[in-house]
Design a protein around this ligand. Structure first.
Ligand SMILES: [Zn+2]
Length: 285
């Protein structure tokens, strides 16, 4: 799933190509991806793109006072096309194409989604906060001071892993970068957020900003098609179960967490002790 750094890079990639350009045609191929009906998608046609931005993991294309807001979900992606085919596309369950935007010059972009579990969401709104997921967003970690970060964790009784990826607490951090941030901070994902000392809070804050900025920097200037590979290459523990930790050489381990799984290094993060798989131990009780 694209997270803050990838959506940031997609946003600058797209912005460099579409700002100042007129939208000629917007074609919704996967009807289920479109979450709004007023204003209609066709209202974007004929308008000039003023800006492309990011809100958490949402991409926001502003054109003549309207906003095309996109959430790529788990398997959604953006593909730039130098020449967008003009003929209508036949929708179908196997067609990965969800939305096609053609600019007045004939170029444009496709939003695609692989797999059968469809989560990609497209909204056409007058104000991005009309999108419920945008309205709920917490502060952007790239604009957050250490005091505000500490305030977010105060009184938070959940485990830190769950807190970091909660979009209403922090906008843009998901499963992958929360694993990475906790590894950089040498902190157990199971640690209760409210139990963090001042020193730990500061360390986590540094790890959060540092990891995200570094990833944004690495992704900057990359074409949309190269971003996924770059994200994977930059990972220290996420998605690397069984491989050596790049810091200490211990084996990266995996444990289930909420609706997915997390990866961590026992030596760097949990005093050498493997975390108990809570889902599994609950089943065994
Ligand atoms: Zn390690």
């Amino acid at each position: 799933m694209p997270e803050l750094p990838e959506v940031e890079a997609l946003s600058s990639f797209l912005g460099a190509r579409v700002v100042g350009r007129e939208i000629a045609r917007v074609q919704v191929v996967a009807i289920s991806a479109l979450k709004t009906y007023d204003p209609p998608v066709a209202a974007l046609e004929g308008r000039t793109v003023g800006a492309v931005g990011r809100r958490g993991k949402f991409l926001d294309v502003e054109a003549g006072g309207l906003h095309l807001v996109v959430h790529l979900a788990r398997a959604g992606w953006l593909r730039w096309r130098e020449q967008v085919p003009d003929e209508p596309v036949r929708p179908g369950a196997r067609n990965p194409l969800a939305l096609r935007v053609r600019l007045a010059g004939g170029d444009g972009f496709d939003l695609t989604e692989a797999g059968t579990k469809k989560g990609l969401a497209v909204y056409v709104v007058r104000d991005p906060v009309e999108v419920p997921g945008v309205a709920r967003l917490g502060p952007d970690p790239l604009d957050l001071g250490v005091e505000d970060f500490a305030a977010l964790l105060r009184g938070e009784r959940r485990r830190i892993k769950g807190v970091l990826r909660d979009q209403s607490v922090l906008a843009g951090v998901g499963n992958a970068y929360s694993d990475e941030v906790l590894h950089v901070a040498r902190m157990s994902p199971y640690k209760l957020a409210s139990s963090l000392t001042e020193e730990e809070t500061a360390r986590l804050y540094e790890a959060l900003g540092g990891t995200l900025r570094e990833a944004v920097e690495r992704s900057r200037g990359l074409a949309a098609g190269e971003l996924k590979a770059e994200k994977k290459l930059g990972m220290r523990v996420h998605g690397r179960t069984g491989l050596p930790c790049p810091v200490c050489g211990d084996t990266v381990r995996e444990v289930s967490f909420a609706d997915s799984s997390l990866q961590y290094c026992p030596t760097c993060q949990t005093g050498g002790k493997p975390l108990a798989d809570r889902r599994l131990s609950r089943l065994l009780k």
